[in-house]
Design a protein around this ligand. Structure first.
Ligand SMILES: Cc1cc2nc3c(=O)[nH]c(=O)nc-3n(C[C@H](O)[C@H](O)[C@H](O)COP(=O)(O)OP(=O)(O)OC[C@H]3O[C@@H](n4cnc5c(N)ncnc54)[C@H](O)[C@@H]3O)c2cc1C
Length: 512
């Protein structure tokens, strides 16, 4: 083993979607970041096809929204799920999600960022490139073997899987983005709540000439007497997800290459189709939330922290949002601007949101696909799940169409003019915390501590965004309202509010 050197501040274990996002968000805030991923490169399977508009806001804030859009998003013929007997059937129908407000959920009043439909194997190289350009060091083919948190630092043993060589890395914090079966979570002894494994699926990937398939869709449901499957197409690759029952003696080994070829022909509806089987993987739609999202200097993000069935397409998005929430907090603690207790708010903020989101994915599985998933409470609409989650005391969600403007809620999107430039309020917090005021906000400027920008809005803009009066709003680096005041500046008010934000408070009683 080679001796470790004091290097990066944060080690990210796992370099799939959530690990890459964490590395990108940290590096853009100047945090020295090392990421290790045991696979030799980024995802080869298409996996997650959709990034919702809130995730796209975060990509926008991280400066990669355009690059993500340019990476080859799919053009779709319709929204919702394509339902057909085969992929070449003349007769198809579109099954809309059960919780849309309208047939296509127009987000333009809520955000400047449209959702993107893009497979994960095309997204990950974009995240990788931008994380590296921002200064993160990414080591593929490298595994975190063990770690020790001594209370002051975390020391990890990393193994290069090609050479077998190990080395130590000593860091301030470790982020476990090591997926649903997180060994780091297990090693920390963190249990999970929730129903657990819901189903057993075989994910079959084949290559074939799919030019006879005329429909363009994100996810299709193929139902005929021979097969019932959820399918996706990326280029000449077809992914077929079919359920099987291990309890009834079925096993993943029964999906032999010949059976996969036969299934693909039935799904496409061309008995003579030339098909090359590429692989079969077993996966279990599951619903579970880790009891703690952190322990000492270690934080769980993405599937390591929560798993949910794909119904609703929330899994990856929730992980991206974890990564953003954690990254700005780690950056401020590491540069000494915030006390370490800010990091406690990662668990207190993200866990209830994850729990709510898992519950909503279960609701959608039941309402959309007739799955016998356990549900409780009401099914919320998609817009509320995406934009209406809130932090701090009180309900976990609110209707983003009628925002309360309370601390702990997302600053609603509005078009405003700043420095002669038209921009969204979403663009105001991308660089860090910002104090929004109306015209004549100069007196506020004198009360603001270093590290917080002041954005003085014109009268019309301030009427729509703020209260139109002489007050101010403190916006966190993730676009959530930390504090608001409806009265004129007082000497210590903003300083106290910033200190509260940096201590992880989103308690409106404290800040009002
Ligand atoms: C069929 C299907 C469809 C889905 N559709 C959607 C959708 O439409 N929208 C959506 O939002 N979500 C969707 N999801 C969920 C989404 O794919 C996951 O939530 C997301 O990929 C989780 O990302 P992650 O980075 O947290 O974990 P993972 O993708 O599991 O990545 C963990 C990584 O950590 C690495 N690793 C593990 N241990 C170590 C170690 N010790 N050292 C180094 N590396 C390690 C692994 O190799 C792996 O690359 C879908 C999931 C499935 C299965």
């Amino acid at each position: 083993m080679t001796a470790g050197v004091r290097g990066p501040a944060v080690l990210v274990a796992g370099g799939s979607l959530v690990g890459l996002c964490t590395a990108l968000f940290l590096a853009r805030r100047g945090v020295a970041t090392l990421l290790v991923e045991r696979h030799p490169g980024t995802a080869v399977h298409p996996r997650t096809p959709g990034y919702n508009a809130r995730s796209m806001e975060l990509f926008r804030a991280a400066g990669v929204e355009r690059a993500v859009r340019q990476a080859g998003p799919w053009q779709l013929d319709g929204s919702g799920l394509l339902v057909a007997a085969t992929l070449t059937s003349e007769q198809v129908r579109w099954l809309e999600p059960p919780a849309m407000r309208g047939p296509t959920d127009d987000f333009s009043g809520l955000t400047p960022a449209e959702p993107a439909v893009l497979s994960q194997d095309l997204l990950e190289p974009v995240l990788r490139r931008h994380a590296e350009a921002a200064g993160a060091v990414l080591r593929f083919g490298t595994m975190l073997e063990s770690f020790h948190d001594d209370g002051d630092r975390v020391t990890a043993v990393l193994r290069d899987l090609e050479t077998g060589a190990t080395r130590e890395a000593t860091v301030d914090y470790l982020v476990a983005a090591d997926g649903a079966d997180s060994a780091i979570r297990a090693r920390l002894g963190i249990g999970r709540d929730g129903p657990g494994v819901l189903d057993h699926q075989a994910g079959i990937t084949v290559r074939a000439d799919l030019s006879a398939v005329r429909h363009r869709f994100a996810v299709g449901k193929i139902d005929n007497p021979e097969v019932s499957a959820m399918v996706r197409i990326v280029g000449d690759r077809l992914t077929i997800n079919v359920g099987y029952r291990p309890g009834d003696g079925e096993s993943i080994d029964r999906f032999t290459p010949d059976r996969c070829v036969a299934l693909a022909r039935v799904v496409v509806g061309i008995p003579s189709l030339a098909v090359t089987p590429l692989g079969v993987s077993a996966w279990q739609p599951s619903a579970a939330v880790a009891r703690r999202f952190s322990a000492g200097r270690v934080f769980l993000a993405g599937d390591a922290a929560h798993v949910m069935p794909p119904s609703g397409a929330f899994g990856a998005n929730t992980g991206i949002q974890d990564a953003y929430n954690l990254a700005w907090k780690l950056a401020l603690v590491l540069d000494g601007s915030a006390p370490p207790r800010l990091l406690d708010s990662y668990h207190t903020e993200r866990r209830p949101v994850a729990e709510m989101t898992v519950g909503q994915a279960l609701h959608r599985g039941r309402a959309w696909f007739g799955e016998p998933y356990p549900v409780s409470g009401a099914m919320l609409d998609d817009v509320t799940v995406m934009f209406g989650y809130r932090y701090g005391p009180g309900p976990v969600t609110e209707d983003p169409g009628a925002p309360s403007g309370e601390p702990g809620t997302r600053l609603p999107h509005a078009w405003v003019t700043r420095g002669g430039q038209r921009m969204s309020t979403v663009d105001l917090w991308a660089a860090g915390a910002v104090l929004l005021t109306g015209p004549g906000g100069a007196p506020w400027r004198d009360t603001v501590p270093a590290g917080v920008e002041v954005a003085e809005l014109g009268p019309d803009d301030w009427d729509r965004v703020g209260d139109g009066g002489t007050g101010a709003m403190l916006i966190r680096p993730d676009g959530f309202i930390a504090w608001r005041s409806e009265s004129s500046p007082r000497d210590t008010a903003v300083r106290d509010a910033v200190a509260g934000m940096l201590a992880g408070n989103t308690d409106k009683e404290i800040f009002r």
